[in-house]
Structure formats: C-alpha cells, structure tokens
Design a protein around this ligand. Sequence first.
Ligand code: PEP
Ligand code: MG
Length: 533
Amino acid sequence: MQEPVDEPGPAVALPLRERAAAAERIVAAAASVALALRDKAARVSGAARGILEATALMAADPGLIDAAVSRVTGQGHTPERAVWAAVGEVTAVFKEQGGLLAERVSDLHDVRNRIVSELLGRPAPGLPYRVEPYVLVARDLAPADTALIDPTVCRAIVTVEGGPTSHTAILARALGLPAVVAARDAMDLPEGSVVIVDGTTGEIVVAPTDEQVLRAEEQIRRVITFDGAGRTRDGHRVQLLANVASPDSVAAAIEANAEGVGLFRTEFCFLDHAEAPGLDEQVAAYRQVFAGFPGKKVTIRTLDAGADKPLAFVTAADEVNPALGIRGYRTAWQRPELLDTQLQAIAAAAAAEDADVGVMAPMIATVDESVDFAARCAAHGLHNVGVMIETPAAAITAGPILERVDFASLGTNDLAQYTMAADRLMGELALLNDPWQPAVLRMIREACQAGLAAGKPVGVCGEAAADPMLAAILVGLGATSLSMSPRALGGVAEFLRGVTVDQCRDAALAAVAAGSADAARSAAALLLEPTRA
Ligand code: PEP
Ligand code: MG
C-alpha cells in the first residue's frame, strides 16, 4: 500500500508561458486516473465495482478539472497545488451541507490523492485493487482502511506500525486474516515477492522453499473445532464466546459454534459515517447480530469512539493525547443524545429478536459513570447492564462498581495499555503491552475477585482470552467467560479441556507472583503443560 501524499507546498507562481502546458497536465492526469479506475472497475464485481465506477466519474468531473485548471492559468499554481485546492473548495461545501454529501468527502480526497500522485509520477495511493490473491504490506492501516479489505483476495496483512492489540490487528482477526504487525523492515519487501505470513508466530518467510509452502498449506488446513460448550477437564464451565465487529462477522461466530457473543464492537459499524447513524439504521444493524444467536447471550457494547477508532461524528481531531482523551464512555459526557439514541436502538432490536441481550459501556473509570450508565439503560428498559473494566481505576474499584451493575467484562487490551502506560499501537512497546505482565494479571485478579465476592459474572473480552494458556490463567483467576475472535475458539476450548480448574488456579497463583511476563509464562507452562502431554 502506497503511503499517502502530502499536501503540495504553495510554490512560487508559474511564469505565464508555462501555464498552458501545466494546465494540460491536469487534464491528462485526471483522464488517466479515471481510465485506470474504470479499468479496475471492469475487473471486479459487486459493491467494489460500483465504488470504483463512482470514483472514476469524480476523477473525470469537468467542474473539478476546470476549477483546478483556472487556478493554474489564472493564479499560476502548480498543477498539484491547483488540484489540491480545487478539491478542498468542493469538500468544504460538502462538509457544510452534511448528510450524504459529507460522506463523499473521503472519496474526493481519494480522487485528489490519485491525481496528485499521477502528477508527481508516483504509484496510486490507498488500498490496492487486486483481482489476484495478495498479501497487503503497509506502513500503517487505519481501522477504516482495514474495514474495506476484501478477505477473499487479500490473504494476509503485514504492517510496519501497530501493536498486537491495535484495532488493525483486531479487525484482521475478525476478517480471519493472518496479520503480522510491527514488522520493521516490511516496506523493503519488493513488490511481487512470494511470502508466507504466519500470524501465530509473527514470522514472515520471504521466497519460501517448496517444502515450506507445503508445510504452511498443511497448517492452514488444520482446524481445531469447538463443540459449543467450554469446560475444563473436570467439568468447570467457562462460557466461550465470540467477539463480533459488525453484522458481517456474525456468520463466522455461528460457524465456530460460539456460545454467544461476548463483545459486539458497535463502533466498527459506523467507521465510514460522517454523521451519527439514525435510529432505524442502528436497529437494523443490531438486529442482524442478535438474530444470529436466538436464546443465547449477546453482549453489545455502546460506541467506543476515539483514540485509534475515531468516528467523524464524535471524535475531536485536535486532541493532544487521544488515548487519554474523550474516548469510550467519556463521549457521552459531551454527546449524551448519541448514547440515548443508541440505547433506544439496542432496546428496540433486543425486543424484536430472541437473543439474551446484555449491554455494556466501554472505558469506565469511576463508580459514578457506572451508576449513570445503569440509570440510562434502565430508562430504556434495558436490565442486563454491565461495564468494561479496562482502566486500572475500574479494576481496583470493581467491588463498588459491581454493586451498581449486573456484570463486568475485562478489556485486557486497554487494561494492559493503561496499567503499563504503553501505547497499544506501538510495536516497540509490545513487551510492556503484554497481558502476561504480572501487574496486568494482578489487575485482572482484583476485578475477578470482586465478581466472585459479589456473585456477579466477570468475563474477559480482550485479546488475552484468545491465548490458550493465558485463557487457563484467566479461568484460574475467576473469569466466568472468555470472548475472542471466532477462529481462536477451537484452540482455547481444546486447551481448557486438558486441564483441571485447580490446575488453572495454581498456575494463576504462580503467574501472578512471577517477576516478569516471561517468568509468568514459564511458571504457567510448568503447571499446565505436563498433564496435557
Ligand atoms: C479491550 O480494550 O481489551 C477491548 C476489548 O476493547 P477494544 O479492543 O475494542 O478497545
Ligand atoms: Mg478497549
């Protein structure tokens, strides 16, 4: 994936004699971009074809081209600068109009970047449109880019930036794609290289031998299935649930025999929205997920916008430190009407389907927020109410929080980030951002013990739940359910079937007492692995 183009600088005015030729270059570049897009459109089908055809029309728009040309002939702008400014004028109007027009702004930026790249002689930016299978290599991917990836052609993702619990990695898992993040030298891979991407070990093999290819193909075919009831060898029940990112990912959760949904990340439904989604649109999206699990548990989370999941209609663009800013439940302080509409939609969707719906709020830090959330839910007739425990503040006050709500769910991705003060997006900090860190395990223990004392369920829905051995530790610490990407269910279920709950508890004690994440892993392995062999 090519890197985005920078805004061209305001150059000195072009001499009069050069302007006609410069203007011609704009016409030619726009025509060539439109042609390339139409050509790609002809090679794909479905929604992708429609998008490409519409983008081609925008690139060939005479109004846009005339506006850019007159900036060159009249004001002596360079062609790149002229295109940038002309698109800027149109997008300003679109943004002001709001609604569907505002949603076209990102398409116009795409067209602008393509024409400017063409003018600069650079390859087209953004996600490549491919018909043949490929591995996507990018410096970084925003969740909005990742959501556009077609998993039937894109076979794996490699990024230079990003941590293992970044939302790019999470979305890749939701698509069922192997992903390796924080691969420092990935941009040096020559275009067209043959690579094996192993998302489990984080290995990338360049130019593999035939034998390596055969082994990888064998590994792909080996799928461990889950029978639909999580338990340890001695029958201690642990619900094994699926994380769902959008209605599209429900099928994978059903196919994997998930006992229900432990985390439905609703913000992923609206990443491309310039305006808040309306009530009906929300009801329809939530119903699709609820409909997949009649009679089963579905825990839906209210919008967790902000930090690396900015939503245009809620997130301020100028926060200095977004991970510590207005994200998660805090957005409701400023925009309570968004939360209320969402709760209304959840209540309507729950009433129309048969799922056993629970609703929880992200990024809770205080007892007061829990009280506020429970009251808002009650006002909409929603009674199975929980909060996410993903800040150290919530973990150590889980006792009083659980007096006010019905359940809690540990978001170990953020809990690790905030406990260790280590940005989950930074590959370099992955060693700190590790749920095996004893400090993180102690936070988890605090919350689980509060749950056991209150007799209320405390589950885990962060990526930690998808690591089979860590899953056993979480069970030992007292977690009542584990929610993960559907593909992880088989491996976790199999591991738990091989150990007793007492073993899990002993291993949890040892891991919590360890001096480092590695020592915690080794201590756990010593107590859990031998009886499995
Ligand atoms: C978490 O933080 O662990 C979590 C489940 O929420 P998200 O990954 O969406 O921030
Ligand atoms: Mg979180």
